[in-house]
Design a protein around this ligand. Structure first.
Ligand code: ADP
Ligand code: ZN
Ligand code: ZN
Length: 717
């Protein structure tokens, strides 16, 4: 028997599949089996993509795999990986490596521990007063009687060994899955509440699609305002899927920032829920993956990579907060978990549901929409007021300062959003105007006051705060703009002390644990302010937040990106969504230099239908997604001319195809590399992807030899 395999190498140069002859004892190998094979002069992991009776190669040229690894990939994920390779102009090998069991490449195995148990003789000895037992031995046997099978090391392996030789205890190694610690933040409703009639209507539509087995190809969009009970609908739908003996995947933007959703699934379904995310140890991830693979767990909750959960009989895939850009993977392949979810659902005959209060225009256009137009209990959405910041020099508008002071007196809670971390935006020399730049990246360095250093937010470069200008030696350095650190400090000075805590949440919070801890402390506090970047606007559910503030709402508008309006609308609306979820009505203040911006106007009216209709109109005229596909090609090299040359070669390859090619245009240097980009805009998406794929195959190998690289981003974010 011949196994066709894809060796898991990073390079594009070796395109599989390659044939290997299975050795005696390897007959159980099938599609998805993971092998260790001799490859060139090395050993490589490889995944079987096909079995064949014979090979084109002469028998003496066929090597045999060294080893078959114990955990295989489900065959349908092999097919999904092949699709991803095509869809994102990547390779099958790179796509397959995303579907491997965590730790497989490192030789991770299930963990075995020595477990002790009482024997019938041991039980008898305990009952028999006259048995020859020392007091410590009696205590040990009693512990085993009470606790059942116990990890030997917890009681003392040596003493247990002595009991074993007398036949009173039995010791044997057993597989003990490493289980992540459960952490439940916020209000976890264990009992399912009675659904509202709107929720029932939505659930009925989902259950009908599950029963009929013919869900809409593009999936369902659950468009529900913040706090309308979307998560509750997901929980009911998963319940129905489990009852039908099938399994479900629930994608969330980032576990550490939205632990409440995971908490609710764990509280409702217990051990049948597995969680996969990067904050777990490799061992825990490996074992959670195995629980899914064996069917012990049938619901997987996790971020974008959980779309590859090794579940069989998949009935449902949920994508929560579908507007979040974290669903896009920035490594190669640059997959979009939302598109992969659609493909996987179609493959498995599963129902796809994506949910949001601020759906993407793409989803509004293509998907079957289900609405939850009101908050649960008909609580009103908060009033949103726009504060004009033109001509003002303080970071806080007087109206904002007053609202915060009132809140402090009343002992309430507020969330303050500023989408810029650090202390101030950039530094410049007052004498000659020079701006402090990153030596690697051609972007301004940001001041971080706590460490008294300046840092690059692209590459992490750091240097001490300059005391004088390197160009003109002036000692007068100006600091521009405010970041989260500075706002935190201002708030502390104006409001802090006396048990009114100020919490900060941004990417400078070092670990994921830190971030979850900050959210927990804010949730537990009686009053206080949470200040931070867009992280504070994610789907948290704190019932007692009555004030939301957006400082510099134009920050996202100024991005030179066709999604700038969409991002701004989502950010303001999502922050409003965190506000007024409890008994008290909420209020949201939006400080902006562009009070007339469309996105901000629609957000004040909570009008996502109006916003998307308007946005779709604009995109149709400009031929932007969803009316055309975009593919971004970035060519990079140490030196600018080479990056440019490679981009020109790509442009020449792409010119004959009937779509628009924008560029080559220079980008700012990043991590010491010059970059040039091309953007392909096409109505024939399939054709454009194939054309770009062919062009990369022709240009990239030669470019790589000269130290240049080409990266492709289909549907860039
Ligand atoms: P969303 O996901 O749309 O933001 P959630 O499902 O988190 O909304 O619901 C918001 C709040 O309302 C949660 O605290 C949830 O427990 C509660 N809730 C949801 N559905 C109901 C219901 N039918 N009856 C009572 N409370 C509900
Ligand atoms: Zn100067
Ligand atoms: Zn840098």
């Amino acid at each position: 028997m011949i196994a066709r395999v894809e060796p898991l190498t990073r390079t594009r140069a070796f395109r599989g599949p390659f044939d290997y002859r299975l050795a005696p004892g390897q007959e159980h190998v099938g599609v998805g089996s993971v092998l260790r094979v001799p490859f060139g002069r090395q050993r490589s992991l490889a995944v079987v993509v096909e079995l064949a009776e014979r090979s084109e190669l002469a028998p003496e040229r066929l090597a045999e795999p060294d080893e078959v690894l114990p955990v295989s990939i489900p065959a349908d994920l092999v097919e999904l990986a092949a699709w991803m390779a095509r869809e994102y102009c990547s390779t099958v090998a790179r796509s397959l490596s995303l579907t491997l069991a965590p730790g497989a490449a490192e030789g991770m195995r299930a963990k075995r521990s020595l477990v002790a148990e009482l024997t019938p003789a041991g039980r008898q000895a305990l009952a028999d007063e006259g048995a020859r037992l020392t007091a410590p031995q009696r205590v040990l046997l009693e512990a085993l009687e009470r606790g059942g099978a116990t990890v030997a090391a917890e009681l003392g392996t040596e003493s247990l060994r002595r009991l074993e030789t007398r036949g009173l205890a039995r010791l044997e190694p057993r597989v003990r899955p490493r289980r992540p610690v459960k952490r439940v933040v916020g209000t976890a409703a264990v009992l399912a509440p009675k659904l509202t009639s709107d929720q029932r209507g939505v659930l009925e539509a989902l259950l009908r699609a599950l029963r009929d087995g013919e869900p809409p190809v593009e999936g369902f969009l659950l468009h529900g305002v913040t706090g309308s009970g979307k998560t509750e609908v997901y929980l009911h739908a998963v319940q129905a899927v489990l009852a039908a003996g099938r399994s479900a995947i629930v994608l969330v933007p980032e576990i550490a920032l939205t632990p409440q959703v995971l908490g609710r699934f764990q509280a409702r379904f217990g051990d049948v829920v597995a969680v996969l995310h990067s904050a777990l140890s490799l061992g825990e991830r490996h074992d959670e993956w195995l629980r899914l693979r064996t069917g012990e767990a049938r619901v997987c909750v996790g971020p974008r990579s959980a779309v590859f959960a090794p579940l069989s009989d998949l009935g449902l895939i949920i994508v929560d907060e579908e507007h979040e850009s974290s669903y896009k993977h920035e490594g190669d392949p640059r997959y979009d978990a939302r598109s992969v979810a659609r493909r996987r659902a179609a493959q498995a005959g599963a129902v796809l549901v994506v949910g949001s209060a601020t759906p993407r225009p793409e989803s509004m256009l293509a998907m079957t929409r289900l609405r939850l137009p009101e908050r649960v209990d008909r609580r009103p959405l908060p009033a949103v007021e726009v504060l004009d910041m033109r001509g003002r020099h303080q970071p806080l508008h007087p109206e904002t300062a007053m609202a915060l002071a009132d809140l402090r007196r009343a002992g309430g809670k507020a969330i303050v959003l500023l989408n810029r971390r650090g202390w101030s935006n950039f530094l410049s020399c007052r004498a000659c105007g020079r701006v402090w730049m990153c030596p690697q990246c051609e972007v301004a360095l940001v001041l971080h006051r706590h460490g008294e250093f300046v840092a690059c937010h692209h590459c992490g470069h750091r240097e001490p705060v300059p005391s004088r200008c390197g160009a003109c030696a002036s000692v007068s350095v100006a600091r521009h703009g405010a970041g989260t650190e500075r706002i935190e400090q201002e708030l502390r000075e104006a409001l802090g002390g006396n048990g009114f805590p100020i919490f900060r949440l941004d990417a400078d919070s070092t670990t994921l644990e830190d971030r979850a801890g900050t959210l927990q402390r804010f949730g537990d506090a009686d009053s206080g302010v949470l200040v931070g970047t867009q992280m504070v606007a994610k789907g948290h559910d704190f019932p007692d937040v009555s004030l939301g503030v957006v400082i510099d709402a134009d920050q996202t508008l100024r991005f030179p990106d066709f999604r700038a309006e969409e991002r701004t609308f989502a950010l303001v609306t999502q922050l409003a969504g965190r506000t007024g979820r409890g008994a008290s009505a909420g209020r949201v203040l939006v400080q902006t230099l562009a009070p007339d911006a469309r996105s901000i106007g629609f957000a004040t009216r909570h009008d996502s239908d109006g916003f998307v209709a308007d946005e779709l109109g604009r995109r149709e005229i400009l031929r932007y997604p969803p009316y055309a596909a975009l593919i971004r090609v970035v060519c990079s090299a140490q030196e600018e001319p080479l990056a440019r040359e490679v981009a020109d070669a790509m442009a020449a390859e792409l010119a004959p195809i009937a779509s628009t090619v924008l560029g080559p245009a220079p980008l700012f240097r990043l991590r010491g590399r010059a970059r040039t980009q091309l953007v392909v805009k096409a109505t024939d998406r399939r054709g454009a992807i194939e054309a770009v794929g062919r062009a990369v195959d022709r240009v990239a190998p030669d470019a790589a030899k000269r130290g240049a690289s080409v990266s492709v981003d289909v549907d860039p974010q």
